[in-house]
Design a protein around this ligand. Structure first.
Ligand code: SAH
Length: 215
């Protein structure tokens, strides 16, 4: 698949729209511009890649909306070389945006088919992303602690394992279910081994974070 001037032009417009919606971190905006989103969706739907919408990637899952990817990435406050854990690899787009921001990304997917598909695709262009098949509720103990953790599926609560795998001073961005079947974007900051602060950053709608691994 190619990334031509037309795609880059569409991406420039998308970045302008995301900027208008309130994202001002230039590192995030540049990463959105640098990652060809049309590589991450079925080639028959290239036209839709640069609309600010989620899109089906098969297996009942979606690639997150670009403005949501931008908002979560901005809240994380990534610096180059940081170790970031992502729960919910999906298409790999969010992981690629974090990698374009200079992060070393460890990403977990629970669906075998998506895991294999995305791992193969990412390996060619994103050596800074390591894919794992597993249960996001458990995190990735072997590689902990992480500077940042991002959850890209709707969580019913904040998993204890993820809290313990976050560095002191680290940030976790996680959409938590509210009473209206939507989610509040929560930012968790770890201030000591046992203490955390929590703030809310708007309403979102994600696919659910599921417990049982679908083989
Ligand atoms: N970050 C993705 C968004 C994918 S949608 C992207 O940019 O495309 C959420 C993903 O979370 C789905 O692929 C779903 O299979 C996965 N998921 C759901 N529950 C999970 C769990 N417990 N552990 C790991 N992944 C999970």
């Amino acid at each position: 698949m190619e990334d031509n001037y037309r795609h880059q032009g569409l991406r420039r417009k998308l970045v302008d729209q995301i900027r208008k919606n309130g994202i001002c971190d230039e590192v995030v905006l540049e990463a959105i511009f640098n990652v060809p989103r049309h590589f991450f969706i079925d080639s028959g739907f290239v036209e839709y890649a640069y609309e600010d919408k989620p899109f089906s990637i098969g297996c009942g899952q979606t690639i997150s909306q670009p403005s949501t990817v931008a908002a979560q990435s901005e809240l994380l406050q990534i610096s180059k070389g940081m170790k970031v854990l992502e729960i919910g690899t999906g298409s790999g787009y969010q992981a690629a945006v974090l990698s374009a921001m200079g992060a070393r990304v460890f990403t977990i997917e629970r669906q075998r088919e998506l895991y294999f598909r995305t791992k193969t695709f990412l390996a060619a262009s994103y050596p800074n992303i390591k894919c794992f098949l597993g249960d996001g509720y458990k995190g990735l103990k072997t590689f902990a602690p992480f500077d940042r953790i991002i959850v890209t599926a709707a969580a019913p609560f904040i998993p204890e394992d993820l809290k313990s795998q976050l560095k002191i001073g680290g940030r976790m961005v996680i959409p938590i279910d509210d009473e209206n079947n939507c989610q509040k974007m929560c930012l968790i900051e770890k201030t000591s081994e046992t203490e955390f602060t929590q703030t809310q950053h708007g309403d979102y709608c994600f696919v659910p974070m599921l417990k049982k691994i679908n083989e």
